[in-house]
Design a protein around this ligand. Structure first.
Ligand code: NAD
Length: 249
């Protein structure tokens, strides 16, 4: 029997990058999986796809209700949808702060609120939030993004405490620099994308970027009954960036 046989999972931001790799891995391991995304794009069978914007509460409620109905319940919620932001506190105005906080933090609150009634009926309920090393690393030029991920980290701990007696585990993963379309877009915007990629890789302790599949593996572990005694933790998936106490050069 595989780790996820019979389990039902919903992955937000599951059309691309880390979310897509996670949805595909959970499905390969035996789960029935639904993806919630602003743009489900190429998501197809065996994954179910629901178009929703995590900043729009009615659309989240509709998508989560439909997914739980179509899957026959919900055991796993992966809160992964997120957007990036660059710059210091002087570089982003209030509107940009509200926009990014709305996606990265309130987005998780909305999907969790909608999913909890279904998760309470599961014998193996788990929530995994995609956080970031930015939550605690003090990265330059990432004030707004870091603040949102700091909030995701705190939210993970608070949710873990609130729902532990209901049998709902809540953990997060803290990826480093992951080779996803998001990072691809950042590199494409550079004058010399190949040189920028090489420099980015050279700054990693491992000399390479983390793969989306490696983050998916960590999420899958935290979502599966294999981690049944683990709640309120943050698992680094950063090629040693934080654990080795190394800083980008
Ligand atoms: P990505 O851009 O490849 O995928 C993000 C997905 O989220 C897309 O499918 C997008 O359509 C969806 N999305 C964005 N806004 C949404 C909204 N309002 N409602 C619904 N869906 C929405 O990005 P990725 O690199 O896979 O990032 C996924 C998560 O991982 C994010 O939370 C990000 O902060 C986190 N993360 C990424 C990295 C990295 O280096 N790529 C590092 C640390 C953390």
């Amino acid at each position: 029997m595989s780790d996820f046989e019979g389990l039902r999972a919903l992955v937000t931001g599951g059309a691309s990058g880390i979310g897509r790799a996670t949805a595909e891995l959970l499905a390969e391991r035996g789960a029935r999986v639904a993806v919630l995304d602003l743009d489900p794009g190429t998501v197809g069978a065996p994954l179910l796809a629901y178009r929703a914007d995590v900043t729009d509460d009615p659309s989240v409620r509709r998508a989560v209700t439909a997914a739980a109905e179509d899957l026959g319940g919900l055991d796993v919620l992966v809160n992964n949808a997120g957007v990036g932001a660059q710059g210091t506190v002087e570089d982003n105005d209030d509107a940009e702060w509200h926009r990014v906080l709305d996606v990265n933090v309130l987005g998780m609150v909305r999907t969790t609120r909608a999913a909890l009634p279904h998760l309470r009926r599961s014998a193996h309920a788990a929530i995994v939030n995609t956080c970031s090393i930015a939550a605690t690393a003090g990265l330059p030029q990432r004030a707004l993004y870091s603040a949102t991920k700091g909030a995701v980290h705190s939210l993970t701990l608070a949710m873990a405490a609130d729902h532990v007696r209901e049998g709902i585990r809540v953990n997060c993963v803290n990826p480093g620099t992951v080779d996803t379309p998001w990072v691809g877009r950042l590199l494409d915007a550079a004058d010399d994308p190949a040189a920028e990629r090489a420099a980015l890789e050279a700054r990693q302790p491992t000399g390479r970027l983390v793969s989306a599949a490696e983050v998916a593996g960590a999420i899958a572990y935290l979502a599966s009954p294999l981690s049944g005694a683990t709640t309120g933790t943050a698992l680094a998936v950063d090629g040693g960036m934080q654990g080795l106490r190394l800083r980008p050069a």
